[in-house]
Design a protein around this ligand. Structure first.
Ligand code: FES
Length: 126
């Protein structure tokens, strides 16, 4: 089980949800009354983009990139999602390449494509 904290989506929608690992973020939001805009639900329109913060990684002032890499969960992101995020300028091509190469989650995800792996903070993209 993992914690999903929604913040900034509007009145009554800031909440902490206990979800199952592997749950789809959009489904968790919808079934708990958090409204995330959607159109295609297929990873191509970009309307469900949200900012994600990985809460399982503890950082201190002394933390190094190596510390972060050692703590971060491996997260696979599909090419379709990465391409959509690059096309809408939510992430750079370089960030997409790093995400692919190191199985890292980008700071912006598409809720309809994002399976939850660990504790996360979710905020609106805009
Ligand atoms: S709803 Fe279109 S990309 Fe998620």
């Amino acid at each position: 089980m993992v914690n999903v904290i929604f913040c900034g989506f509007g009145e009554g929608m800031d909440k902490r949800i206990i979800a199952r690992t592997g749950d789809l973020l959009l489904r968790v939001a919808e079934s708990n009354g958090v409204k995330i805009p959607t159109e295609c639900k297929d990873g191509t329109c970009g309307s469900c983009a949200v900012r994600i913060e990985d809460l399982s990684v503890t950082e201190t002032l002394e933390s190094t990139t190596e510390d972060y890499d050692a703590n971060a969960q491996s997260v696979y992101m599909d090419d379709k999602e990465l391409n959509t995020l690059v096309e809408m300028a939510a992430i750079t091509k370089k960030e997409a390449e790093i995400a692919q190469q190191y199985n890292r989650q980008t700071p912006v995800r598409l809720a309809c494509q994002c399976t939850i792996k660990n504790d996360i903070l979710v905020k609106p993209f805009e």
